[in-house]
Design a protein around this ligand. Structure first.
Ligand SMILES: Cc1cc2nc3c(=O)[nH]c(=O)nc-3n(C[C@H](O)[C@H](O)[C@H](O)COP(=O)(O)OP(=O)(O)OC[C@H]3O[C@@H](n4cnc5c(N)ncnc54)[C@H](O)[C@@H]3O)c2cc1C
Length: 417
């Protein structure tokens, strides 16, 4: 007779649980493997991050000091140019490698404090690569890649919000140069940046064939004689400042205009997918960091004479968090693979960012709850992770706008906004 008892009647005794609950690969995704070069990127970055442990990031979260030494180490290793062309000092690698790098940084415990310190330098300059002149690329890219220049990114405005076509910052040509006046919100790293990638209107919204017309992109000096940055006190990621920024008669030479006048919105759109993929990879990394802490704690903390992780009420949410993170991660690599292959990837990039942000948030929340009271204590780090997890849900685009996009462009439903 064949045994019919369900397997759960069989007692597993003395079987050692695998500690390797992170993706077995972390190499094999569907029929894809990371190349040796990609694995080397991940391992080298992980090694670099070891110097900056949770205690370091907790201290930065308390004092709000920008992680200069961390950024310097990345610049010295040539990592800031990972996705920039080789002829300008970059490594000429793709979104897959850049995402692996950023995910590894987040996963080390650096979270968004580590990632956001360099994020804008990784793909932000892409419009210069794609639409800049040879002179601009020669002049602007090498100092960015070497970490000598640091840029911030001025898109969001108080009166426009997610509707970028309604920005009010203006650039007026005075016959010799542009003069910029206006204000931006949430300009991250403006306290230390010496450059800004800036969107401004050079023609009124009403004057264009489309609302997107008439916006121009500039990459220029963040000249503090004409620009002011006021720090926004915020929930998390204190070490990487975000600012309300003000522009009073900022002179911008024509040579700092990227591409054609009035086409800046379209250049911005070009960079949207890689940015979403990067943020998604970062969110998965942060979620994994939280999950790792929670699993360790659940295995060690004994209450009612047994590890709390032996209770399904603790174990199941952690297992579910793992499943959601890995599902999001699979979408990250699908989107990145499509992008690097030059294929359309808007649906996948948006889905990856949405799934990863939500999975990260749930993992962080579960990690806090797993720690009980200690989840609320800073020294256990998970409350810091949870505060940072909100960023991926809001920026650079909110989950609502992602779902609007998917509803309209993927599901072919009526535009809802
Ligand atoms: C930590 C941090 C760093 C940032 N760094 C930068 C930076 O460096 N540079 C920069 O330019 N910006 C930056 N941002 C700004 C960020 O990109 C914006 O906050 C984000 O795009 C949302 O815009 P908003 O805040 O104006 O929200 P709003 O546009 O005011 O929207 C508010 C809420 O309403 C929802 N909503 C609005 N319209 C609709 C609709 N039609 N349908 C459904 N829901 C809708 C939104 O989803 C959102 O939940 C940063 C933000 C944060 C929090």
């Amino acid at each position: 007779m064949r045994p019919y008892a369900p397997r759960h009647f069989i007692r597993y005794k003395g079987r050692k649980c695998s500690k390797n609950w992170e993706p077995a690969s972390a190499g094999r995704i569907m029929d894809l493997s990371f190349t040796d070069e990609q694995i080397a990127v991940r391992d080298t970055i992980a090694k670099l991050c070891e110097k900056y442990d949770d205690a370091y990031w907790l201290a930065r979260d308390a004092d709000g000091v920008f992680p200069e030494e961390f950024v310097k180490d990345l610049a010295t290793g040539g990592w800031l140019g990972i996705a920039m062309p080789e002829e300008y000092g970059g490594s000429g690698l793709g979104v897959i490698e850049a995402s692996l790098m950023m995910q590894t940084i987040a996963q080390s415990g650096a979270g968004f404090s580590g990632c956001s310190a360099v994020h804008i330098n990784i793909f932000g300059p892409n419009p210069i690569v794609v639409h800049g002149t040879d002179e601009q690329k020669d002049r602007l890219l090498p100092p960015l890649i070497a970490g000598k220049d640091r840029t911030c990114f001025g898109v969001t405005e108080p009166n426009a919000g997610l509707d970028t076509t309604r920005i009010e910052t203006k650039a007026v040509w005075d016959g010799e140069k542009y003069i910029v006046n206006g204000r931006k919100m949430w300009t991250s790293t403006a306290q230390t940046a010496n450059k800004i990638l800036l969107l401004a209107r050079t023609a009124a919204r009403e004057d264009g064939a489309k609302p997107m017309d008439g916006i121009t992109m500039f990459y220029t000096d963040f000249d503090r004689d004409y620009c002011e940055a006021q720090v926004i006190e915020k929930m998390g990621r204190k070490a990487v400042d975000s600012n309300a920024t003000f522009y009073d008669n900022l002179p911008v030479p024509e040579s700092d205009r990227i591409g054609e006048e009035g086409k800046g919105f379209y250049y911005l759109i070009d960079g949207i997918n890689p940015e979403r993929i990067l943020v998604a990879a970062e969110a998965v990394g942060l979620g994994r960091a939280a999950l790792r802490k929670a699993v360790d704690y659940a295995n060690e903390r004994v209450v009612f004479n047994r590890p709390i992780g032996q209770n399904q009420a603790i174990q199941h949410p952690l297992a579910a968090a793992w499943a959601h993170l890995e599902a999001a991660d699979a979408m990250v690599w699908k989107a990145a693979t499509l992008y690097d292959a030059g294929e359309p990837c808007g649906a996948e990039a948006n889905a990856a960012k949405y799934l990863a942000a939500e999975a990260c948030f749930t993992a962080c929340e579960t990690a806090v709850m797993t720690h009980g009271g200690m989840g609320y204590a800073k020294e256990f780090h998970v409350e810091r992770y949870m505060r940072e997890a909100f960023i991926a849900r809001i920026a650079p685009v909110s989950r609502e706008m992602i779902l609007n996009f998917i509803g309209q462009h993927v599901l072919d439903m009526p535009r809802s906004y």
